[in-house]
Design a binder for this molecule. Structure first.
Ligand code: ZN
Ligand code: ZN
Length: 447
């Protein structure tokens, strides 16, 4: 709907705009933005100093559909996205069947369009069946609209194949999103090879198992060109390799997850399987290096690696429970309250990592609210606080290590193409109280 947002405090690093503004939304676009737009003939919302950000874009989620609908569906995943302030997500291809055919890409796009919540950008499989043996039909997948290639969930172990993948993706103008892991080093491990993991007697995954794969991919990029994106870096060793690569002019970007920025391996004490993820939580020096790299700009993106699982799967015990964390509904408020409010990371850097950079890497609209851009935005109440309650997630995945944590800076309004998808925590098409919430908001003229 057409709207005038008044009295909001904008943070739009790409267009270098900050401070109090009015934003006029017409026909799904940002029509005008400025300190004062005068009187206009559209409903007005007074934001009372709340934050207005370009819609968050998560370039690494697992929506599980097709094939894993017990864990998550495209509808529930998109509901979780807009509830968390995300207006777009890129979904990884390790579904069943995997996203290695145009039919599966079309299916995901059709389900996403029916859900009518967040924008969904499918990532295509790098290899046929994600088997790491031969390249997928990358040209066909690109024509069907995938925004990148990955075998996420597992690495492409064969270096020659990875080199060819980088070259082909380069020709297609799409990034390769690499899950960096040397399986021969990581095999059987479930936690970081740190003090806590050893004390608990659990099989470990060393930082080297990631770093060996990181350096290989960087060298392959150097050899073959293309755009290499390193998924979920977890250790200081990987951060130093990234620094070397960027200084050497290697064309790469990298991401880190909220859980690696907020937790350390000590969280595994007590064997809560919601702390089991791949890569594993590492130690305090790793976390410090990752935070520093986010603030310095060395790490480009924060992505949730949203990996919902069914409760019964996570109840299997630490050795056999699946890896992964449900992340879409806690990412922004946890990062805002734990990193921005403590001044470890600026709001502008957080918005860059959660919106500007993912839009650029995927080559999709968004990441800014400059006039003429799509009206994908989120309004944040910086003063609102709530405890994480996993039972209230829209996501079917209740597997979060943050249950009960206090978080602040809650998303209260999410617009995609100017259409209200979430209002005061209620999600369009899902919550019975969505319509009344929107009607009250419009009637009162404030959120
Ligand atoms: Zn991965
Ligand atoms: Zn993943």
């Amino acid at each position: 709907m057409d709207l005038l947002l008044r009295g909001g405090v904008l943070c739009d690093p790409l267009s270098n705009r900050e401070g109090q503004v009015e934003i006029l939304i017409r026909n799904g676009l940002v029509k005008a933005i400025g300190p004062s737009l005068g009187t206009v003939d559209v409903p007005m919302l007074e934001l009372d100093g709340k934050l207005v950000l370009p819609g968050l874009i998560d370039l690494h989620v697992h929506l599980r559909e097709p094939g894993g609908e017990k864990k998550e569906t495209i509808l529930t995943g998109c509901a979780a996205a807009v509830a968390g302030g995300f207006t777009a997500v890129a979904c990884m291809p390790n579904t069943s069947p995997p996203v290695d055919s145009k039919e599966t890409v079309a299916y995901i796009k059709e389900r996403a369009s029916r859900a009518d919540l967040a924008r969904v950008y499918p990532i295509g499989a790098l290899t046929k069946g994600l088997e790491g043996q031969e390249l997928s039909a990358m040209t066909v997948l690109a024509a069907e609209g995938v925004r990148g290639f990955s075998d996420d969930g597992r690495p492409v172990s064969c270096s020659a194949l990875m080199l060819r993948a980088l070259k082909y993706a380069h020709i297609l103008g799409l990034p390769v999103l690499s899950h960096c892991e040397d399986l021969s080093l990581a095999a059987g491990g479930v936690v970081h090879s740190g003090v806590t993991g050893h004390r608990l007697g659990l099989p470990v995954i060393s930082a080297a198992s990631e770093a060996v794969a990181v350096i290989r991919d960087l060298l392959l990029q150097h050899e073959g060109g293309g755009s290499l994106h390193l998924a979920h870096l977890s250790s200081r060793l990987s951060v130093s390799l990234l620094q070397w690569a960027k200084e050497a002019g290697i064309n790469c970007t990298a991401e880190v997850t909220p859980h690696h920025l907020l937790l350390t391996e000590t969280a595994i004490d007590g064997f809560n399987t919601d702390t089991k993820m791949n890569p594993p939580l590492r130690d305090d020096a790793d976390r410090t290096a990752l935070r520093g790299a986010v603030q310095s700009g060395l790490i480009d993106v924060i992505a949730t690696d949203h990996a919902p699982h069914h409760k019964t799967e996570k109840e299997r015990g630490y050795l056999s429970a699946p890896f992964g964390v449900s992340g879409l509904e806690t990412a922004f408020p946890l990062l805002f309250s734990r990193l921005v409010e403590t001044k470890a990371v600026t709001l502008s850097r957080l918005v860059t990592c959660l919106s500007v950079a993912p839009a650029r890497i995927l080559g999709v609209p968004g990441g800014t609210l400059a006039p003429g851009s799509i009206a994908d935005l989120v309004v944040i109440d910086p003063a609102a606080k709530r405890r994480v309650d996993k039972e209230k997630f829209y996501s079917l995945g209740k597997n979060t290590p943050f249950d009960g944590w206090q978080m602040g800076g809650l998303p209260i309004l999410t617009l995609v193409g100017g259409d209200i998808k979430m209002c005061r925590g209620e999600v369009k098409g899902i919550s019975y109280s969505f319509k009344p919430a929107v009607e009250t908001m419009i009637k009162e003229g404030r959120i």
